[in-house]
Design a binder for this molecule. Structure first.
Ligand code: MN
Length: 283
């Protein structure tokens, strides 16, 4: 199932070129009172909501995919986790940078550790990236996004994939410079997730997906998730050694080689096999 939030936070199911409005399935979730438990309520309740979502998807009002504005398919994550230095060829290109663009972090992914992006930076593909410092270099990082489906801590690697709700395309945008990574990667709209969430059962081998990013039609990044240094399962297990993972938490699994700058007016076309395509405008 492809699940999305669109327009003024309508819940949708994507089938072919159509988005079907299934917002009615949320009635039960919306009755939860304050304070809500941590994590995204729709992702938390996805298994129990699913029959209602699927029945509404048969009869609900539908719109064309190209006529709606896609929001982030996860509305309320507790954290966005980033994995740095997770593709060898990207590690090599980063090491070759000089001057102000040289990364301030060195060492392997295990030595560097994971980092966090502020949840307030999260947008959907239809909302676009708004450069906060257009005079500085702002880079795209094209990544597979993994959405956690249930609460977990100290998750063994052998069971880590059971904790996944689904997958989406992720952009880990960054303004280059000398400040701390979490600071430079947490600007509003610098975490893009979209265009929709593909639930886990539709992707049997998330470690074997082709992906690419082009800017204004020019191919910049192209790789396959098989080249990750730490697998998805290893990343989930490692993250959960340090903090509890909650439903809706987003893992950005690292970028491949070919990161590069974007400017206002650019359009990034991002594609991941079995997930889909999203165009993200830069302003
Ligand atoms: Mn990244």
């Amino acid at each position: 199932m492809k699940l999305c939030w669109f327009d003024d936070f309508r819940l949708g199911v994507v089938r072919g070129e159509e988005v079907i409005d299934v917002t009615g399935a949320l009635d039960r979730v919306q009755k939860e009172t304050y304070p809500r438990p941590s994590g995204d309520p729709v992702i938390s309740h996805l298994d129990s909501l699913r029959p209602e979502i699927e029945s509404l998807a048969v009869s609900g009002e539908s719109r064309r995919v190209d006529s709606v504005l896609f929001r982030s398919p996860v509305a309320r994550p507790t954290k966005i986790i980033g994995t740095p230095a997770n593709y060898l060829k990207h590690v090599e290109e980063a090491a070759a940078e000089t001057g102000v663009f040289r990364g301030r972090y060195v060492g392997s992914v295990r030595e560097q550790g994971l980092f966090l992006k502020a949840v307030s930076s999260l947008v959907g593909s239809g909302e676009g990236v708004r450069l906060r410092f257009p005079e500085r270099r702002n880079d795209h990082e094209m990544e597979l996004g993994v959405v956690i489906g249930r609460r977990g801590s100290q998750i063994p690697e052998s069971r880590a994939l059971e904790y996944i709700a689904g997958y989406a395309i992720a952009l880990d945008m960054v303004v280059r410079g000398s400040e701390d990574r979490s600071f430079r990667k947490s600007i509003d709209s610098y975490a893009v997730l979209g265009p929709w969430l593909v639930t886990a059962e539709e992707i049997q081998e998330p470690d074997k997906l082709n992906f690419s990013l082009s800017v204004n039609g020019e191919l910049r990044q192209s790789s396959n998730t098989r080249y990750m240094i730490l697998s998805i399962a290893q990343q989930i297990a490692w993250a959960s050694e340090f903090y509890t993972l909650w439903p809706g938490d987003i893992l950005m699994t690292g970028t491949c080689e070919g990161v590069g700058p974007v400017r206002p007016g650019d359009v990034m076309r991002c594609e991941i096999e079995r997930i889909g395509v999203m165009d993200v405008h830069v302003s």
